[in-house]
Design a protein around this ligand. Structure first.
Ligand code: GLU
Length: 299
């Protein structure tokens, strides 16, 4: 059965961009009778707060987007991540990285033009294994990865040039995003990943990690970002574009859904509606691939 997911990081309230991703992932799955789950990506220690995750779940509820199964919190999943690391180590795919943050800044080549990624140049690659109390990186195989994006079409990326060998475990004991995302999508049988275009450059790395862990590859769709009314990044204004902030200015959850549904090609006009009204009208072929601009009255 198709299974979609929404995987926010509880580091702030959900803004229109996050809500659009949530709705698109829900619609994509529901339109074909599939399941949908929510996962809280709270591996990044101090930046993540439980109460922000709870507030995000309330906002999703208000839109009618409810996980089919109890929400998974990645902070509870340490043993699954540790097992995955052990499997990678057994295949000689991990190495300890002793680079400090400062080393990484000096070592890294210019950030990858559009997205500010700095690929790890592999300085510690030849280090001998030292145990699970060090920062750990995956030894990426060489070469590009071809993959298909449901919105953007065929893609070909060299993960070595985008992320370089990804960090999977941090010196401070936290599991890294790349590991958690691959392990959890695999463990739950997620068949489709819908997320923001800002994560497109790490997809080839995730595919390599799935291959290393023997996990199936889900279908991918990377949505254009929600932009300022004049185009370009919303920046600080995103903070005023959460459900609660909009409600204070008289914009109802149904009006937000109508705008989101219209921006995803389900409605001819942004008019108030419910999520389940949109599901039968969702079709990836009608979703515009580029950025969408928030209404000037809201920003
Ligand atoms: N937790 C990530 C974020 O909020 C999304 C991860 C994903 O969808 O793969 O940006």
């Amino acid at each position: 059965m198709p299974l979609g997911r929404f995987a926010p990081s509880p580091t702030g309230l959900l803004h229109l961009g996050n809500l659009r991703t949530a709705l698109a992932s829900w619609l994509s799955a529901r339109a074909v009778g599939g399941g949908w789950i929510v996962r809280m990506e709270d591996v990044d220690g101090p930046r993540c707060r439980r109460e922000l995750g709870e507030a995000q779940l309330r906002d999703l509820d208000a839109l009618g987007l409810v996980s089919d199964v109890p929400v998974v919190w990645q902070s509870d999943r340490g043993s699954a991540y540790r097992e995955a690391l052990a499997a990678l180590q057994a295949g000689d795919l991990l190495y300890p990285c002793l680079c400090t943050r400062k080393d990484l800044q000096t070592l890294a080549s210019a950030p990858h033009a559009e997205d500010g990624l700095r690929p790890y140049p592999g300085r510690c690659r030849e280090r001998d294994w030292e145990g699970f109390d060090r920062a750990l990186r995956l030894r990426l195989p060489e070469g590009p990865v071809a993959w298909e994006d449901r919105l953007l079409g065929p893609q070909m990326d060299d993960p070595g040039a985008l992320t370089g060998d990804p960090l999977l475990f941090r010196r401070d004991g936290c599991f890294a995003y790349h590991l958690a995302v691959a392990v959890d999508d695999g463990a739950k049988g997620v068949t489709e990943v819908v997320r923001g275009a800002d994560l497109r450059p790490v997809t080839a790395t995730h595919i390599r990690l799935q291959e290393a862990l023997g996990l199936p590859r889900p279908a991918y769709a990377h949505l254009g970002l929600v932009a300022a009314p004049e185009g370009g990044r919303l920046g600080k204004r995103a903070g005023a574009l959460g459900l609660e902030a909009l409600a204070e200015r008289g914009v109802s959850a149904e009006a937000v859904l109508g705008w989101l549904g219209w921006s995803l090609g389900c409605l001819e006009r942004p008019e108030p509606c419910r999520a389940e009204d949109l599901a039968p009208r969702f079709d990836w072929r009608r979703v515009p691939p580029g950025e969408v601009r928030v209404p000037a009255a809201w920003a």
